[in-house]
Write a protein that binds this ligand. Structure first.
Ligand code: PLP
Length: 440
């Protein structure tokens, strides 16, 4: 697989370099130079396969020239260790639950796959890779769990002291081994600034091979294509009456709760490979710069607002450049495939209660935003698929207020809460951070 940067389509980069860099040197995001359009038989042959087999078949196509067959197997076996069940709410609306991984959110797919890929690279090059990442909570958890025990990879998570929830903090300060948490005496912005300064610091660069693990990394997007493929294939196969494989367009609309739009971009990549999805709904909370663009044609980044679906509180979505690139900056073409929708916290709260009342199904606030988009915008001749991005137990305050006593906390979370926190306290200064990094 060759990649180009959204900053310059002419320069091609190999996959390994793109994963190790994260961001292209020109500041652009990496995109696959060629996404093969797969024949109907490719999709048909996947019907009934579990998620990990579908992942293998996809990686066999996309990463054939990057990893050997054994390496592709190793990556899938390490990353795809849990299923993504599809739950139906009535005949026409379906939810794919992407939260059965260790941190109970869909980010586990991307983090675990990227960790496995970096381990393979580190082994081939006999050189250790150092991941540094700033977190306000969720990314740190997914990265810590995903990279824990990854051979040849060490991880430093920078987080603002006292500013992440106690449970989130436990998720990345209790792993030990190759995962270290730097508890920064400062804000999340300080953490981000420190990460950037590390990348620019000659002394650190001389000693460490640095990379980041945030959602701009192409290694996080590819595994996210797999669950779109899974859902579309299985739902289309089930409703063969209306959806003949060779006949009319299969009408399945996907509603994606979005923040940085990595998840939606992964869906678009699968769509480009010929997966039978009719269109997408970009569902957001009050941070609605992309729905505004889709409605009116202007993209205007804004400071982010705080909401109850906080993982989507993004005012300048980093993957928007990828979406523009996929549509050659043609607004109307993008708006034909993607409908924007946004909902405030009040409506999200009401929806969580209503869905419980009607279907006895408890949704987290992010998924509820996706449900709203689906409900408002799907038409009579479509089926809807909602991506459930997090387990409701991750949001105890909201869920206990709206549905008291309903959501059970999975063992994984209660178990983590009882472990002992280990962090390295540091002032928000590069000198102190450098000392910690170079000591190890
Ligand atoms: C990260 C996250 C999102 C947003 O995903 P993007 O790929 O950034 O659009 C939505 N829901 C949850 C629970 C998340 O953690």
């Amino acid at each position: 697989m060759q990649l180009y940067s959204t900053g310059n389509r002419k320069v091609k980069t190999d996959f390994r370099t793109a994963v190790k860099r994260g961001l292209a040197p020109d500041g652009g995001l990496y995109m696959p130079a060629l996404l093969p359009r797969m024949p109907e038989s490719f999709w048909q042959e996947m019907i009934g396969d579990p998620l990990n087999i579908k992942a293998r078949k996809l990686f066999d196509v996309l990463l054939l020239d990057v990893f050997s067959e054994n390496e592709r197997n190793e990556i899938v076996e390490r990353a795809f260790t849990f299923e993504a069940p599809i739950v139906s709410l009535g005949d026409k609306m379906h939810v794919i639950e992407l939260f059965h991984g260790p941190t109970l959110a869909f980010k586990d797919f991307g983090a675990r796959t990227m960790a496995a890929m970096l381990s393979v690279f580190a082994r081939q090059e006999k050189e250790k890779v150092t991941i540094i990442t700033a977190t306000s909570g969720d990314t740190g958890a997914a990265v810590a769990q995903g990279f824990h025990g990854a051979a040849g990879v060490e991880v430093y998570i920078f987080y603002p002291s006292g500013q992440v929830s106690p449970l989130q903090e436990k998720q990345f300060t209790t792993m030990g081994d190759n995962i270290r948490a730097l508890e920064v005496d400062g804000t999340f912005d300080d953490c981000q600034r420190l990460v950037k300064s590390c990348f620019a610091d000659p002394q650190i660069r001389l000693n460490k091979q640095l990379t980041t693990a945030n959602s701009i990394n192409i290694a996080r997007l590819l595994p996210q294509m797999v669950y779109y493929i899974h859902a579309a294939i299985e739902l289309n196969a089930k409703s063969e009456g209306h959806f003949t494989p060779s006949g009319e367009v299969e009408k399945l609309v996907c509603s994606v709760p979005s923040g940085n739009f990595g998840n939606l971009t992964a869906g678009l990549l699968a769509f480009k490979m010929g997966l039978k999805i009719s269109r997408f709904i970009a569902s957001t909370n009050s941070n609605h710069v992309v729905p505004d663009y889709l409605d009116g044609g202007k993209f205007q980044p804004k400071p982010s607002l705080r909401t109850i679906s906080n993982a989507m509180d993004v005012g300048n979505p980093s993957n928007f450049d990828r979406m523009l690139d996929l549509y050659d900056h043609d607004h109307d073409a993008m708006a034909r495939d993607i409908t924007g929708a946004w909902y405030d916290d009040d409506l999200t709260r009401q929806t969580i209660v209503q869905v419980w009342d009607h279907h006895r199904y408890a949704m987290d606030p992010h998924t509820a935003v996706g449900y709203l988009g689906c409900k408002e915008h799907m038409s009579d001749d479509e089926q809807g698929l909602i991506l459930a991005t997090a387990h409701p137990a991750k949001f105890p305050e909201t869920m206990n207020e709206l549905l008291p006593g309903i959501v059970e906390t999975p063992k994984r979370l209660t178990e983590i809460a009882s472990r002992k926190k280990e962090s390295v306290p540091v002032p928000a200064e590069l000198d102190a951070v450098r000392d910690v990094l170079l000591k190890n």
